[in-house]
Structure formats: C-alpha cells, structure tokens
Design a protein around this ligand. Structure first.
Ligand code: 1CP
Length: 339
C-alpha cells in the first residue's frame, strides 16, 4: 500500500498494516541539511521562495521516508498577510509588529488580499505535490483562530496569554470581531491550499490547552468548527495541544483526526472520541533526544498500547526540537515498520 493511501486510510479509521508516520516540525533545526540552507537564507526567505520551501519540505521525507510531507511555512503568515508582520526576538520567540488592542486595530487588518499575498504558499505546494506524486500524502496547515489571536493580541509569544484571555472575558464583541476576521482569512487560505493539492489540513491549536473547559468551546473550538464546515473537500487534523480533555467539543467540531500531546494516554483519548475520529500522536518529543534504543522501546510501547485500534497516525506529541537526534528519529520510523 502506498504511503499516501495508508495515511488517508488511517485518518478515516480504516485498517492499515502499520500506522503511517510523520512528525510536527520535521523540517527544521534538527536537520543539518536545513541548517546548511539557513546559513545562506533567512527563515522568511525559505518560506517565501517556492523552490526553497519545497526543498526544505522534502528534506525529512527523503531522509526518513516519512509517509507525509508537511509544507514548510509558518502559522504566522496569516497575521502577516493581514498586515501584522512578525519577526524573531533575539532571546527566542516571536515579536509581532504591533498589538491588536482596539476595534481600530482589528479594522486595520485586511482579509481581502490573503490569497494574493500568500500565493507563494500555493506555488510551494504545487512543487511539492509534483515531487510527491500520489506516493505520499501532502499536509497543508495553519494556526487555529485562537492560537493566532494570542500572537496578535499579546504582540508575540506569551507565557500566560493574559491579554488575549482578558479580551475574551472583558470585551467579547471585540474578541469576536477579531476572530471573525482571522476565521475568514483562514478559510480563504485553506481553500487555496486545497486547490494547490493538499490531501489533509492540520490546524495547530497550540495554545488551546491553556483555556478552561468552559472557554475552550467559545474561544477556540467553535471557530475551528466553522473553518472545517466551510471546507468539506479534505479531512482536518486538529491539534489542540494539551486540550484533549475537551472531548465533547472535539467530537462535535468535524475533525477527522485529533492530534494528542504526550501528557495523556492515547488509547484513552481514542476511546473517548469514538470509532469515527482517528488520533495522532503521541511520543514525548524528548525521547528523540535520548538514544535509538530508548526510542525503539518507547515507540514499541506506544504501538502496543494502540494494538487493534483503527485510526492511529504515529507522531510525536509536539514538534521536534533542535536537539532531536537523527539516529533516534530513524529508529522510531524503523520500529513502526518492523511489524
Ligand atoms: O529556522 C528557524 O530558526 C525558524 C524556526 C521555525 C521553523 C522551522 C519557525 C519559527 N517556524 C518553523 C516552521 C514551522 N512552524 C512549521 C513547518 C513544517 C514542519 O516541518 O512541521 C510548522 C508546522 C510551524 C507551525 C507553528 N509555528 C506553530 C504551531 C506548531 C507548534 O509548535 O505548536 C507555532 C506556534 C508557530 C510559531 C512559531 N514559528 C517559529 C517559532 C519558533 C514559533 C513558536 C514561537 C513560540 O513559542 O511562541
């Protein structure tokens, strides 16, 4: 069975011989071939030059034989295309050009130019699709409206998400005005990705897990549900980092697959979600910083815990860090296929 078919079957909870595998941030700083390109090009250059974005996307697929490629880009291209640029802080993390604090700030954000300004993503996707053919799956992605709003309202990376949460609690009308715009922009953006040939879209709700159980729905899940409903052409993977306890919201939002972080039992989440929603995850990303032996053991433990379950996409519980070891990543992929 081709990787692409295995991947799509697992997403739909159909039987496969062994789970398909890809990982978040598989293209990136743990790969010498990526760091080599970064010597000559800034991150923004890599993202915005389709030939380079395609090359970086393909690097981990070639090296590890991943079943799926995730397009090299960033969730922050949406705020950027709406008129709020991002850069990197010297101390690490993201800096946005300004903070969204008022109705006037929200009104300044533009939705109409999204597909024009992000046409480089479409061009990159088409190049990757041509390289992959129908052998391997192509994953498009974007941030959830809530996760994007945290960057936009906080003015960058945050520890406590204070201003975004306060906007939600104190000025719901302003919060919704902002979320309407981000959601509309995301729908345009994902439609463009579908037209360029993606098989699946992953929504990164990286900061969904910082919301209380009663706010996860109105602050995040409902906006993701709107996006999913608007784009019935492809299945969606929703990754609500540490938000897996919000089972009712996750079941009702239309996701085909839920990405799960490493802090919970994957099989228990699968059982709570039911037979029709698949799960993705969930090795502790630190495992691939240890040794190939330990990685093999933990990979096997996870596979055994999911034995007999239809609907498991193998992944780390979050992204690969710059300390990820190539021999550990390879050991993980080999162990999955040793069945
Ligand atoms: O070269 C470098 O130093 C840049 C590091 C880097 C990379 C490799 C950033 C900056 N973004 C990326 C690529 C990226 N970002 C991908 C590529 C595809 C892949 O291989 O997976 C993806 C899917 C993302 C998604 C992304 N960007 C998320 C969601 C995933 C997650 O980690 O939870 C988030 C939160 C971002 C914002 C962002 N961009 C970059 C950084 C360092 C961050 C996180 C900042 C923070 O902690 O607030």
């Amino acid at each position: 069975m081709k990787s692409r078919e295995r991947f799509l079957r697992a997403i739909r909870c159909e039987a496969v011989e062994y789970p398909p595998v890809w990982v978040m941030r598989q293209a990136g700083r743990h790969l010498p071939e990526y760091m080599k390109l970064r010597e000559d090009h800034s991150f923004h250059e890599l993202v915005k030059t389709p030939e380079l974005a395609c090359e970086v996307t393909m690097q981990p697929v070639r090296r590890y034989g991943m079943d799926a490629a995730i397009i090299f880009s960033d969730i922050l291209v949406i705020p950027e295309a709406m008129g709020q640029e991002y850069s990197f802080r010297d101390a690490g993390g993201i800096q946005m050009a300004f903070r969204v604090q008022s109705a006037a700030d929200v009104d300044r954000l533009e939705v109409s130019a999204i597909t024009d300004r992000l046409s480089y993503v479409s061009d990159s996707l088409k190049l990757v699709r041509a390289e992959l053919g129908d052998e391997r799956a192509l994953i498009g992605f974007g941030g959830s409206p809530w996760t994007l709003a945290t960057y936009m309202v906080e003015g960058g990376s945050s520890r406590d998400y204070r201003f975004a949460k306060r906007m939600f609690y104190e000025d719901r009308a302003l919060f919704e005005r902002l979320m309407e715009k981000i959601t509309a922009a995301s729908i345009e953006y994902f439609r463009m990705q579908v037209a360029a040939g993606v098989d699946v879209i992953q929504i990164f709700d990286s900061w969904g897990g910082v919301l209380s159980p009663t706010t996860f729905g109105p602050a995040s899940a409902e906006w993701m549900a709107r996006i999913i409903e608007a784009i019935p052409e492809v299945p969606f993977i929703v990754y609500p980092k540490d938000g897996h306890e919000n089972v009712a919201s996750l079941r009702s939002m239309g996701a085909a697959c839920v990405g799960v972080s490493w802090t919970t039992d994957l099989r228990a989440v699968k059982e709570a979600l039911g037979p029709d929603i698949s799960v993705q995850g969930n090795l502790d990303p630190i495992i691939v910083e240890t040794t190939p032996e330990l990685t093999r053991l933990e990979t096997r433990r996870l596979l055994d815990s999911m034995a007999g379950v239809h609907g498991h996409v193998f992944n780390l519980g979050h992204g690969v860090s710059p300390h990820g070891r190539i021999d550990c990543m390879q050991a993980m992929v080999d162990e999955i296929r040793r069945t």
